[in-house]
Design a protein around this ligand. Structure first.
Ligand SMILES: NC(=O)c1ccc[n+]([C@@H]2O[C@H](COP(=O)([O-])OP(=O)(O)OC[C@H]3O[C@@H](n4cnc5c(N)ncnc54)[C@H](OP(=O)(O)O)[C@@H]3O)[C@@H](O)[C@H]2O)c1
Length: 318
């Protein structure tokens, strides 16, 4: 495994991180057993991954806590609390009172069988929710840190609804956050100029989510997304082969597969620290670690991607 310095946190982190959410949720999203989830986390540890991302709402914290028994202090745990009231829409304006965030943190500590969280994020914050976070939840985060319950402040965006990073761009105007989780992939690289330039300048550690998601792991979902972009005039139909739209990445043995290309694309972008991979399969985990540790794509492939999608800021690939 390769390791990097994680912004100004002083943490040394593996370039691949295990995501315990997304569609897979360590396999729980499609009915895998709890033991299978524990096996995926332990396989990640065996391969040198030391960054594990989960969240109160994923239903995987207990699995992570179980898998980390005996090695917790060697691992960086990242979890999250919601900023809306439990049971209300995640994009809405019924905000979580600070006591709810505190109860969520206490529950995470118990489920993860630990006394402290390394990176505690506000989860999936919408642009319209950020002002509430500033006035009501960030003061609470400061208290959590004073109490020794969390080490670093993290912020994740709601990329499906905010694919142009409006919330993170607002948050980057102040000096509060240690870590940001950012949506970034071959189909929407807009974080390059809007987020990573600033996170680098401020020494904020970055985690990439949505490297693959559905559009880059499912050919039908990719075609649907591209047809939408073509209809909106954002991609030129004459410049893309719809029978195999990203086949050029695999031609000339540049990448072994589109998924391989997708992880390498994220890994080698200047300003990305940790690429999260979310899976319920040890075989996929192994493939993805191999991809993340490989070199960059060729200049020819990168130029073609820039030409096709460099201007896109309206899709997530979900
Ligand atoms: N706002 C937020 O805070 C937020 C939002 C989204 C995600 N996240 C975090 O980011 C993490 C990463 O996102 P993600 O889970 O969507 O990850 P991802 O790595 O972009 O995509 C994972 C998807 O691709 C499939 N996949 C992975 N490797 C594969 C392979 N080699 N071959 C075929 N299919 C493969 C997985 O299914 P299999 O299980 O079959 O491998 C899963 O459905 C999440 O787990 C979560 O921790 C945070």
């Amino acid at each position: 495994m390769d390791y990097i310095e994680f912004g100004k946190t002083g943490l040394e982190i593996s370039v691949a991180g295990l995501g315990c959410g997304g569609h897979s949720r360590l396999g729980q999203g499609y009915g895998a057993s709890v033991q299978a989830g524990v096996d995926v986390v332990r396989a990640a540890l065996d391969r040198g991954i030391n960054y594990i991302d989960t969240a109160a709402v994923y239903g995987t914290e207990e699995i992570v806590g179980h898998a980390l028994a005996g090695v917790r202090d060697k691992i960086v745990i990242s979890t999250k609390g919601m900023v809306v009231r439990t049971g209300t829409p995640a994009t809405g304006a019924e905000f979580a009172p600070p006591e709810q965030l505190r109860a969520s943190l206490e529950s995470s500590l118990a489920k993860l069988s630990t006394d402290y969280i390394d990176v505690f994020h506000l989860h999936g914050v919408m642009p319209s929710q950020y002002a509430y976070c500033q006035s009501h939840l960030m003061p609470e985060l400061l208290k959590f840190r004073e109490e020794g319950k969390i080490r670093f402040f993290g912020l994740t965006e709601r990329f499906i609804h905010d694919p142009g990073h409006d919330m993170l761009m607002t948050a980057l105007e102040e000096d509060f956050w240690d870590v940001m989780m950012v949506g970034f992939n071959m189909l929407n690289p807009s974080a390059r100029d809007r987020v990573f330039v600033k996170t680098r300048g401020k020494g904020i550690g970055t985690l990439v989510m949505f490297a693959v998601r559905k559009a880059l792991s499912n050919p039908g979902a990719l075609k649907e997304l591209l047809n939408d972009l073509i209809e909106q005039g954002l991609v030129d139909r004459d410049r893309i082969d719809m029978s195999d739209p990203l086949g050029f990445l695999v031609d000339n043995a540049d990448a072994g597969s589109i998924i391989n290309a997708a992880y390498r694309f994220c890994r080698h972008e200047t300003g990305t620290d940790v690429v999260l991979t979310g899976t319920g399969s040890v075989a996929h985990l192994d493939e993805n670690i191999t991809s993340i540790r490989q070199g960059p794509l060729s200049e020819t492939s990168l130029n073609r991607l820039r030409d096709l999608f460099g201007h896109i800021d309206s899709v997530s690939g979900n």
